[in-house]
Ligand binder design. Sequence first.
Ligand code: ARG
Ligand code: ZN
Length: 871
Amino acid sequence: VETHLKDYKRPDFNVETVELHADIFETETFVTASLGVRKSPEAADGVSLLLDGRELDLVSIELDGRVLTDGEYTLEGEVLTLPAAPDAFVLTTKVKIHPETNTSLEGLYFADGTFLTQCEAEGFRRITFFPDRPDVMGSYRCTVSADKGTYPVLLANGNLVDEGELSGGRHFATWEDPHKKPSYLFAMVAGDLACREDTFTTASGREVALKFYVDHQDADKCGHAIESLKKSMAWDEKTFGLEYDLDTYMVVATHSFNAGAMENKGLNVFNSKYVLAKPETATDMDFQGIEGVIGHEYFHNWTGNRVTLCNWFQLSLKEGLTVFRDQEFSSDMGSRAVKRIADVRGLRASQFAEDAGPMAHPIRPESYIEMNNFYTATVYNKGAEVIRMIHTFLGPEGFRKGMDLYVARHDGSAVACEDFIAAMEDASGVDLSRFRLWYSQAGTPKVTVTRAFDAETSRYTLTFSQKVPDTPGQANKKAMQIPVRMGLLGDDGAPVSLTLEGETSLGPLERVLSLSSDLESFTFTGVEKEPVPSLFRGFSAPINQVTDLTEAELIFLMAHDTDSFNRWDAAQQLYANTILGMVAELKKGEPLALSTDLVAAVQTTLTHPTLDKALIAQALTLPSETELGDRMAEIDVDGIHAAREFVADTLAVALKESWRSVYEACKEVGPYRPDTQSMAKRRLKGLCLSYLSRVESPAFVMDAFASAANMTDELAALTVLVGMDSPESDEAMDRFYGAWKGDTLVLDKWFTAQALSNRPGTLERVASLMEHPDFDIKNPNKVRALIGAFCQANPWHFHRLDGKGYDLLADTVIALNTINPSIAARMASGFNRWKRYDEKRQGLMKARLERIKGTENLANGVFEIVSKALA
Ligand code: ARG
Ligand code: ZN
């Protein structure tokens, strides 16, 4: 069944109080829930109360203390109905559940010795009968009991109000959350965990205890996460005036988690990947990822928890906004330009592809079969871009006023995207009526730019035409409001004043133009010589830009643009144009040659004396094969691989001396430091090593591997070595495994390195690694590290013409269908782009999709993905 936004109605009943008792045993758990229910004054007479329940064994049910008999309630499928419920009453149910065999990792589950919960979006219904929707908000009191020896730590949201011993070696803890919340923010935990503590004092003087719960063996890896949390708390106070509101902030890390982390009120649950780090086991990217995700979940406390959602269609209201907030936080903590480039790379790689495929949806979707399928790059990352555009139109002060008003108006309630936009408009006076289309129209707009220079009148005209492509279920779309942050560069590289026709004073060097119709022109006056345009600076809108910039102009921008992002983007366009041009030449059987101007431009960037080393590394990283494929109407897997390898090899040979000298110059002495500058050096060093591996011997890379003093350097070398067809490659893999076999997160890197290898036989290697004792299909991190990496990031091997890559994915989806349906659905989307390939591959993929679709007891989520892909 499909749920539609247009059918949304406010609830007839609210649950104001929730009293839960969870009694955990090894082979079963009993949950008793007493719900204080009140009918809404708007509800019609005689309406029934509907409660959701999934895989629950109903033991008993009472209304105001009176046992209900059959007929006084009905239980059909996943809905328990109380016909003609009274205006106010207490409903008490007791159910039996089985967390110990729950491999879906939703609701209450048992993993690696710990019981824990994941309720967003619809997991609470796996714990007890409840109107499991985000607009039902109440106060929770939760008592957890379990064996004291095995599960000494018992947690739930809010404050600990009671604890004690029970008979039979058991104990209990009672937690009370003073803030009203929807059921998706509920959490509880029972386990044997180490606790690392710290404190933070808020601006208004509240002392908050910070408690991180992790496996005992990981207790030495919490420092960075704790520091990141303190930075997040200070940043939100300073940037948005938002303070934490409880006396305790708890984080629990687990190795078994479907997503990155979860913002449960006062009790976040994290994928251990985003908590645990020390220099020997975590890379710079891991350190940055932890800072970002810790920030993200913390920022949800206001954008998501205090102000929550009225229904799941509004998911981007909290996720888009919170991603925007975590991006800003990371930008302020490190390098803004580097962060922006990384985010845009990610957006283009995953969200643009989503927008161009069968699952394309607006950031506020109109319908869903399985809500879990809508935790997407579109809702999260395009959602964040939409918030960023509002920020661009309103300016930082206007945006801050809008945030203040949004929180003041809606604190404690469940609202919609529209309420956010309205607060932004009301606080700033800026009209966002056309801008709202970003919430309802799917697809990546294509903006084509043409330019005209009139030397006689010194006028320069830019003409923009926009087209929002058709997407499934949406055609003939309206023009969007699009901000274009831009400048013009003179031939000496200096910026030109931007005076629009009709303006009387000299204009600024940078401006934001606002597009709002299919075709519009902007004419600048007083432009003496033809300039080079620098458009969509900082990626000011999530669009595809089509320009006719020449190779020479792109090289010019790469060297002279004042906007770091656009310097990088010019390089990316240059590489993409070059590689795609070569793909066409290969087809015609023509020999390949790399332009000497391009080689010279790379050389200039590589050896630039003052440029940020992280930006140099980004600028010299070629677009991935997946990204290149996205730019082709029909993806030529082999052509892209051959052309991209040719470019990389040619650059490696031509600039060998420079790669070598920059590599040496980036070597550090002294202990590992996770600061921005050191990270930049390591990044550039790693990139140099990857180019050098194309011209140096395996022994050279082996030496880098053996002498690495931190995981960043070690993994950079390993990733390069794994692709070299040599004995050193196998030796390095064995040594790495031997050194880290006790650390599951490090082993994920070992699996991924092998999945991404260019070496022949990679598919067979991946298949045999699935049988490795350290691989576990029940563990989502392992599935993503090995199979996810292979299918998403190793297109050349995955799309093998014998179809074996497709079989591997289809078999995995079918196996996961019963084990963990949300991960199964995620993996199934690996076929989403099937129509973009040649006929042969299309046929092979289609057959696998049909095989999945024909699987018995197919989960809703998997059905949604494969049926939409086949439609
Ligand atoms: N709200 C969580 C976050 O963004 C993610 C929850 C993922 N849940 C899911 N059903 N996929 O931090
Ligand atoms: Zn989130």
